[in-house]
Write a protein that binds this ligand. Structure first.
Ligand code: PGA
Length: 249
């Protein structure tokens, strides 16, 4: 089935109120390219201001706690980011899995929290270079999908982002064959887990997506969009990726 492409930014721990000026042109590009879904994940402090500045642009959190409220110093929850104006959240990013010790079970609980609160999810998976070199990339990634997919995951509310860890921020991308093989394997796993509902679920690619390589990467079979880090920080770099997706829609 035809799936709308989703281009999502991930600002990581970057951006301040002044940087929100970039949102204006990104929001305008989203309106000008209605065949593509566009979103920007921003630091929690910027969700409210970004939403106020661009109320029609999907603003996302970069993480949420699995629990709604309680004694979890420093964390923010799904209802909190929703109240601030977020409509989606990135969960399970490799930087949080590696840096904060998040497990597949944690990611699954976060996905369930998003589902409870009507927020869309971008659930990240990806292999290390060691796993790929050992020939274990597909097993590692499909294992993450199996272990972190929540019950009730259906329809368009959840997207999977395949982000090889070695491709993030490195300027290196997998070959189109490697991407297609992995996206095909993820889709087969989704179908095994969810049956026919998997058909509407998007599988994004992430890792060193730029204006220069976007058309090629987004045109690969089974690639339903992109999760973009560095190149989402400015409209000058991000808007061409939105346009590349629109050109393929
Ligand atoms: P990158 O980051 O586009 O800077 O490689 C992608 C990500 O980590 O989501």
């Amino acid at each position: 089935m035809a799936r709308r492409k989703l281009i999502a930014g991930n600002w990581k721990m970057n951006g301040d109120l002044a940087a929100l000026a970039e949102i204006d042109a990104i929001a305008a590009a989203a309106v000008a390219n209605p065949a593509v879904d566009v979103g920007i994940g921003v630091p929690a402090t910027l969700i409210g201001p970004a939403h106020a500045r661009a109320p029609r642009l999907a603003i996302g959190a970069e993480d949420v706690h699995a629990v709604d409220h309680g004694a979890f110093t420093g964390s923010v929850s799904a209802p909190m980011v929703r109240e601030a104006g977020a409509t989606f959240a990135i969960i399970g990013h490799s930087e949080r899995r590696a840096g904060c010790g998040e497990t597949d079970a944690d990611v699954k609980a976060k996905a369930e929290a998003l589902l409870r609160h009507g927020l869309a999810a971008i659930l990240c998976v990806g292999e290390t270079s060691d796993q790929r070199n050992a020939g274990n990339a597909v097993a590692a990634v499909t294992g993450q999908v199996r272990a972190s997919m929540p019950w009730g995951a259906a329809s368009g509310w959840l997207s999977v982002a395949y982000e090889p860890i070695w491709a993030i921020g490195s300027g290196h991308t997998p070959t189109l064959e490697q991407i297609s093989a992995m996206h095909g394997a993820i889709r087969a796993m989704l179908t095994e887990l969810l049956g026919a509902d998997a058909a509407s679920m998007r599988v994004l690619y992430g890792g060193s997506v730029t204006a220069e390589n976007a058309s090629e990467l987004l045109g690969a079979p089974d690639v339903d969009g992109a999760l973009v880090g560095g190149a989402s920080l400015t409209a000058a770099k991000f808007v061409p990726i939105i346009k590349a997706a629109a050109g393929l829609a």
